[in-house]
Ligand binder design. Structure first.
Ligand SMILES: Nc1ncnc2c1ncn2[C@@H]1O[C@H](COP(=O)(O)OP(=O)(O)OP(=O)(O)O)[C@@H](O)[C@H]1O
Ligand SMILES: [Mg+2]
Length: 466
């Protein structure tokens, strides 16, 4: 892990002896160093090795340092470049700096000077990147209170959020699992007048029915077995902030009546107490259930349903706003790069096309988990088709011309697929069910694949070296 944190320095110099000496010196300073004596190779390594700074010799056959510098500048990577110059070429070096090199270093080397200059260059790079990141996050288009997206569908949601934020209306947020209901509930809170006030989330599905009432409204001492002290509930904790009732469809009937009272009279009572207490809290509720149907089936009070959906915000599934997929992917690649200390720079157009066409039944949550899984398993620079699992490649028929796809599919199965499943087998010690679950395949499908790859799961049982 520590190696990933060492800054990477690329050195390009046609003089091999000098190159070696410099590489060694830089390594002893603690950098991760790559030396290239061929300028074209050096250029290629910038793309795939992603250095944090580069040092180019000025005079090289084929392509000199100045030319190399220009090529690098064209890539707009904010990569600081130091130019090595011998006596007599200083003028050219100065020109290089004017054209965009960070600085120049004179031969023979002064190691202290090199260290100092590199230090400054890396600092500069860090600042530039931080600045760019800040500029991106503050001025980023298509983002509102953490809600990423520019599709008409999500804009409609954001408009609704801003419209209700300034009011006290109860809001019901509906949508499939993973569509961002909780994110939107928070956006309602933070973009309104209550933003400095508490935002209290109650996950109605995870609190046992027997406890839900006292969690919501509080209780007095001795109200039930185990109530040793009196306690305030979520509504008191929220004061004049927002109570977010997540999974409201799971609330038992008895409590539905008490919630109705809160909505109608703005009062509630602690368990074991008869004195009503007033509340100023705003209620935002969410559900991935079809509440109307639940009302028809007798599971949910109709009067409460209508009270809740004074304003209803319907969050569309991701497959109905697939134009947001690239933005979401970009957003989460940046985040995961920071979280997992990775350097993924992007996604190839073919792979992105597949991500856009996939139906994402688990919506944005599934997309985020998917990216996190890939980035945990591979330290990659660019996400391409070879990283996509079978179930995603299955949509490739629709988006990639079939000849290319046939080749790709073979390739995916044969080399990447083999490595991928070997890793998974190792990780899960040959447990086929868990491997299948991880890869999003059913067991039968996985068995067929394993046969094709001639991978024997029994070899991995009891194996513990991941
Ligand atoms: N538009 C979006 N932009 C950025 N991230 C999003 C967006 N929508 C959802 N997410 C992220 O996706 C994940 C799932 O969102 P969230 O928890 O809000 O879904 P949910 O609708 O409440 O799902 P469930 O019904 O399963 O509770 C979260 O990590 C959330 O930050
Ligand atoms: Mg949720």
């Amino acid at each position: 892990m520590t190696t990933a944190l060492r800054p990477r320095i690329l050195v390009v110099d046609d003089d091999r002896a000098l190159l070696e000496a410099l590489v060694q010196a830089l390594e002893s300073m603690g950098y991760e160093v790559l030396g290239e004596f061929d300028p074209l190779q050096g250029l290629a390594r910038i793309g795939d090795w992603d250095p944090d700074a580069a040092i180019f010799d000025l005079k090289m056959p084929g392509m000199d340092g100045l030319e190399l510098l220009r090529r690098v500048l064209e890539l707009q990577l904010e990569l600081p470049v130091l130019i090595l110059t011998a006596h007599g070429t200083i003028e050219t070096a100065v020109r290089a700096v004017r054209e965009g090199a960070y600085d120049f270093l004179e031969k023979p080397f002064d190691l202290t000077k090199i260290e100092l200059t590199l230090h400054k260059a890396l600092d500069y790079r860090g600042q530039k990147r931080r600045y760019r990141f800040l500029a991106e996050t503050t001025a980023r288009k298509g983002e509102f209170e953490g809600i990423v997206g520019e599709s008409a569908a999500i804009r409609k949601v954001i408009d609704a959020v801003t419209a209700v934020a300034e009011t006290d209306s109860t809001v019901l947020i509906t949508g499939e699992s993973g569509t961002g209901k909780e994110l939107i509930a928070r956006a309602v809170h933070v973009s309104g007048a209550r933003k400095e006030k508490p935002f209290v989330t109650v996950d109605c599905a995870s609190i046992p029915d027997s406890l839900l009432e006292s969690e919501l409204f509080g209780h007095v001492k001795g109200a039930f077995t185990g109530a040793y002290r009196e306690r305030a509930g979520y509504f008191e904790a929220a004061a004049d902030g927002t109570v977010f009732l997540d999974e409201i469809g799971e609330i038992p009937q008895v409590l539905q009546k008490k919630l109705l009272r809160i909505l109608q009279e703005k009062t509630f009572t602690r368990v074991g107490e008869s004195r009503p207490r007033a509340t100023e809290a705003r209620i935002v509720a969410a559900t991935n259930r079809n509440l109307k149907k639940w009302v028809e089936e007798g599971g949910f009070r109709e009067d409460l349903f209508y009270r809740l959906k004074v304003v209803e915000i319907q969050v569309p599934p991701l497959r109905e706003r697939s134009e947001d997929v690239p933005l979401l992917v970009r957003h989460y690649l940046d985040r995961l790069n920071r979280k997992l200390n990775r350097k993924v720079q992007g996604v190839t157009p073919e792979a992105m096309a597949i991500l856009q066409h996939y139906s994402w039944p688990g919506n944005i949550r599934e997309l985020v988990h998917f990216l996190e899984q890939i980035m945990t398993f591979h330290d990659l620079r660019v996400l391409d088709l070879s990283h996509l699992p079978e179930y995603l490649m299955a949509v490739a028929d629709l988006v990639i011309p079939s000849e290319t796809y046939a080749d790709l599919k073979e390739k995916v199965l044969d080399d990447v697929g083999l490595k991928y499943f070997q890793k998974l087998m190792n990780y899960y010690h040959g447990n086929v069910s868990r491997v299948a679950e991880h890869a999003g395949l059913n067991r039968r499908h996985l068995h067929r694949l394993l046969q094709k790859l001639e991978l024997d799961s029994s070899l991995y049982r009891g194996h513990r070296d991941i």
